[in-house]
Write a protein that binds this ligand. Sequence first.
Ligand code: NDP
Length: 335
Amino acid sequence: MHRWVFVGASTIASQHMIGAVRGRGDAEVSWVVSGSAERVVSWARAHQIANATTSIDTALADDDASCVYISSTNEKHYPQAMAAITAGKHVLCEKPLGMTLAESLEMVGAADKAGTVFATNHHLRCSGSHRAIREIIRSGEIGSVLSLRIHHAVHLPESLQGWRINDANSGGGVIPDITVHDADVTRFLLDEDPVAVVAQTAQSGMGQGVEDSCMSVWTMPSGAMVMSHESFTHPYAGTGLEVHGTKGSVIAKGVMTQMPVGSVTLISAKGEQDISFSGHSLYEQGVSDFLSAVNNTGSPAASGLDGIKSLAVALAVRQAAESGQRTNVDYGASA
Ligand code: NDP
C-alpha cells in the first residue's frame, strides 16, 4: 500500500487527486497538512482522511507514508518539497514547481541526491488526446512541424478567484498558472525546448496587480513557431491546439482541460480524419506513472526536469512582457 501525505487542503486535491490516489486500490491518503487548524480537521473529515495536522514535520515523521503530494499555493511548494525530500519521501509537486528557477533546481537536485522520485503534476501530458497528437507528430504523418498554436483562455471559476488573481507573493497570475502548462504541452508534443520568447500581458478585468491574460510567441530550435494564449477572463473562447506541418495539420478542440474530453482531427491530402483517443482520467494516469517510478518499473509522466523547464519558459514569458524585449529562456544548470 502506498500511503500519501497531502500537503495543501486545496481544490485540486479535493476535486481530482484524492480520487486519483484512491482509484487504484493500492494507495491511500493517510495525512492532510494545512495551514489552518480548523480547516484541516473539517477537510480531513469531509474526505475521510485518517490524520490531519498543521505540522508538516508531524506528517513527514510517519514512516508508513512514502509519498507526498504538494498542492498548496505556489510560494509554499519549495519549502514543503525540501522538507519532504529531506524526510526521504517521494514527491509529486504541483506546477509551477517554485517561484524561481533557483528554487526548482534546488528541489530537483535535492531529490536526485536523496535518490527519491520527484515529479511535476503536469496533467495534460497524461491525457489520451495529447498522447495521440504526439504519436501523430512522431509518426511523421504531418511532415515537419511548421507551427503550433495553443489557445488556453478560460474563465476562472468564482471559487478560484482568490490568490490567483490578486496575490503575486503566492504565485498569482495567469503565467505561473497556465503558461507553465502550455510550455509543458509544447515540449511534450514537439520534443524540443523553446529558446526565446516575445510576449505581452494584460489585466483584462480580473487580475489585480497580476496579469490575467498573456499572448506570446516562442522560437524553437527546429525553426517551428509557437503561439500561445492564456487568460482567466474568456467565458466562451473554448480551448484547443493546432499543430501544422508540411504534410498535414492536427486540430484539437477542447483538449486544454482537466477532463478526458475534446476532439482531435487530422487533415491532410487524404481528407479529414477523426482521431480516437483513450478516455482515461488524466490525474489517475499521472498518479499511476508516478507510482511506477516509485516501484522502479517506469517513469513519471512529467519529471522534475520537465517542471524546471516549464517554469523557465513561463519566467522568460513574464520577463519578455515586462521588458518588451525578446528574451532567451534561461534553463540554468538544467540546460
Ligand atoms: P486552492 O486555492 O484551492 O488551494 C490552495 C491553498 O489555499 C490550500 O492549500 C489552502 O491552504 C488554501 N485554501 C483553499 N481553499 C480555502 C478556503 N476555502 N479557505 C481558506 N483557505 C483555503 O488552490 P488550487 O487547488 O486551485 O491550486 C493549488 C495548487 O495546485 C497550485 O499550485 C496550482 O498551480 C496547482 N494546480 C494544478 C492543477 C493541475 O491540473 N496540475 C490544477 C489546479 C491547480 P491550506 O492548505 O494551508 O489550508
